[in-house]
Design a protein around this ligand. Structure first.
Ligand SMILES: NC(=O)CC[C@H](N)C(=O)O
Length: 196
């Protein structure tokens, strides 16, 4: 049984856990402390509000130790606000959080009119069927470094990417019934890594 944590500070935590628990061999756990994070095989940074999560992580002195764990290879998947926490650059704002992934992200990148929308995409590398995507005040990735793999683009904008042990999506797979991205994170970032 693999343990996958969901950082339970704020945001869409229980939805991710429900998806993880539907995967064979996976137990989803809400994690709040470094002691709890040290027990898991992988970590999801959920959607929510990156500013609030960053402040609380700072308040509990978790930014540095968690950054070190991610830099040392902890498999991590940032959805939406979680993507912002991992980005090295955030357009128009000086504050950075873990700053481990070589991407430049634009917060609330779809503006007020298209604050939230849904679409579907075909990503043969991730799943055979069409994948439903839910965007909620979503960021998008403006620029990626050389060692970043772009996984998905919508309307010409990068919305999913990977680098080493890090996966990011600007949408919310945990708000759909489709498990493609949860399975992809588990199989490619956690299970394969453990087998190496
Ligand atoms: N759904 C989300 O996670 C939204 C992210 C939020 N707009 C932020 O900037 O942190």
């Amino acid at each position: 049984m693999y343990k996958v944590g969901v950082l339970a500070i704020q945001g869409a935590v229980s939805e991710h856990i429900a998806c993880l628990d539907r995967l064979p061999d996976v137990e989803g756990l809400a994690v709040k402390t470094m002691a709890e994070i040290n027990q898991v095989d992988g970590l999801i940074l959920p959607g929510g509000e990156s500013t609030a999560m960053g402040k609380i992580l700072g308040y509990y002195n978790m930014l540095e130790p968690l950054r070190t764990k991610i830099a040392n290879g902890l498999p991590v998947w940032g959805t939406c606000a979680g993507l912002i926490l991992l980005a090295k650059e955030i357009t128009g704002q000086p504050v950075r959080y873990f700053s481990t992934m070589d991407i430049t992200v634009r917060r609330n990148g779809y503006g007020s009119q298209l604050d939230s929308f849904e679409t579907t995409v075909s990503l043969p590398n991730v799943s055979h069927g069409n994948i439903p995507l839910v965007f909620i005040r979503a960021p998008y990735i403006e620029k990626v470094g050389e060692s970043v793999e772009v996984l998905a683009k919508i309307q010409g904008r990068i919305v999913a990417a990977a680098q080493n042990n890090m996966l990011v999506t600007s949408f919310h797979p945990e708000l759909t019934t489709d498990l493609s991205f949860h399975r992809y994170f588990f199989e490619h970032f956690i299970q394969n890594r453990a087998a190496k």
